[in-house]
Design a protein around this ligand. Structure first.
Ligand SMILES: [Zn+2]
Length: 275
C-alpha cells in the first residue's frame, strides 16, 4: 500500500513537471542563452521559427545544433550527398539569418540524413551532453518525443527527440562522462526550462503567438529551395516565383492557429520524467 502511495506521489510530481507553465513566457525573455536542437536543417524553422525570431529580436543569444546534414532528400540523379550537404548548409545559414541567428552560432554534428538512429549512441549522447554543459542554456528547445508523434515519424526525428532529452538528464549528473569535468572543466548543468516543438494538438501545453513574425518565418522557409519543387527533382538555386507564392500560401494555411492567431505549439517542461 505504501509503495502504491509513493508511486502515485512520484507520478504526480512527474506529471506536474510536464504540465507547469513558465514564470516568464518565452516570447518575453531578454538577454538569455537559448539552445535549440534540430534533427535536420529546417525542423527548428517549421516547429519554432517564429519563436526563434522573437528570441533573437529580444536580444537573447540563440545557439542552434543541427544533428544531420540532410544529404539524402533529393530526386535529382545528378546530385551527390556531399553536394547536397553543402547546399543544405548554405540554405540553413540563409534561413537562420532571416530569423536573426548568426552563422557562427550554428553547430553541425554532421550525421548523415536518415542515419541518426544507427549512429553510435554512447558517442551521440556524450557529444550532446558536452554541448549542453558548454552552452549552459537558460532555455532549451528540441523536438518533442511525444508518444503520439515520435512513434510514427522519421528515424532522425525519433532519435533526436530522445537523444536530446537523454543528454539533458546526463548533463545534470557529473558521473555521466566524468572526463568532461576532469579534462575539459565542463561543469554539470541542469537545464531549467524546455520547450519541445512539433507537439501534437493533444500534447501541446504552451502556444507562442507568432502573428508579428509570420511573414519572416515564410521568408526563412523560402531559403530552403532544394527541399521543394522544382529544385528537389532537378536542382536549381532559385524558385519559380509562382511556385514560391503557392508554397508560402500553403505554409500559411497549415500554420497552427489558436483563437484566430498564428501560433507555434510546444510542450513546456521543467524537468524530465524520472519514472
Ligand atoms: Zn526533419
Amino acid at each position: 500500500m505504501k509503495k502504491l502511495a509513493l508511486f502515485w506521489a512520484i507520478f504526480a510530481l512527474a506529471a506536474a513537471a510536464w504540465a507547469e507553465q513558465p514564470k516568464v513566457p518565452i516570447e518575453l525573455l531578454e538577454g538569455k542563452t537559448i539552445l535549440v536542437f534540430t534533427p535536420h536543417p529546417d525542423d527548428e524553422l517549421f516547429g519554432a521559427g517564429g519563436t526563434i525570431t522573437l528570441l533573437n529580436r529580444h536580444h537573447n543569444r540563440v545557439f542552434l545544433v543541427i544533428y544531420t546534414n540532410d544529404d539524402k532528400g533529393s530526386y535529382d540523379l545528378e546530385m551527390s550527398s556531399q553536394r547536397l550537404a553543402r547546399i543544405r548548409k548554405g540554405e540553413e545559414e540563409g534561413a537562420e539569418g532571416v530569423l536573426g541567428t548568426p552563422k557562427e552560432n550554428l553547430e553541425w554534428m554532421g550525421y548523415d540524413d536518415g542515419m541518426l538512429e544507427y549512429a553510435p549512441q554512447p558517442k551521440l549522447v556524450e557529444d550532446t551532453t558536452a554541448i549542453i554543459r558548454h552552452i549552459r542554456p537558460d532555455v532549451l528547445l528540441s523536438i518533442d518525443p511525444g508518444e503520439l508523434y515520435a512513434r510514427w515519424h522519421k528515424t532522425d526525428h525519433r532519435m533526436a527527440a530522445f537523444n536530446t532529452l537523454d543528454a539533458v538528464r546526463a548533463a545534470d549528473f557529473w558521473l555521466y562522462f566524468p572526463n568532461q569535468l576532469l579534462e575539459q572543466n565542463l561543469q554539470p548543468y541542469q537545464v531549467p526550462e524546455m520547450y519541445l516543438y512539433y507537439s501534437t494538438e493533444r500534447e501541446a501545453n504552451y502556444w507562442v503567438n507568432i502573428d508579428s513574425v509570420m511573414d519572416l518565418k515564410l521568408e526563412a522557409a523560402s531559403k530552403h529551395v532544394s527541399q521543394f519543387e522544382p529544385a528537389i527533382h532537378k536542382y536549381r538555386p532559385d524558385w519559380d516565383p509562382q511556385v514560391l507564392a503557392q508554397v508560402k500560401a500553403e505554409m500559411r494555411r497549415r500554420q497552427p492557429k489558436k483563437d484566430g492567431h498564428f501560433v507555434e505549439p510546444f510542450r513546456y517542461a521543467t524537468g524530465f520524467n524520472q519514472m
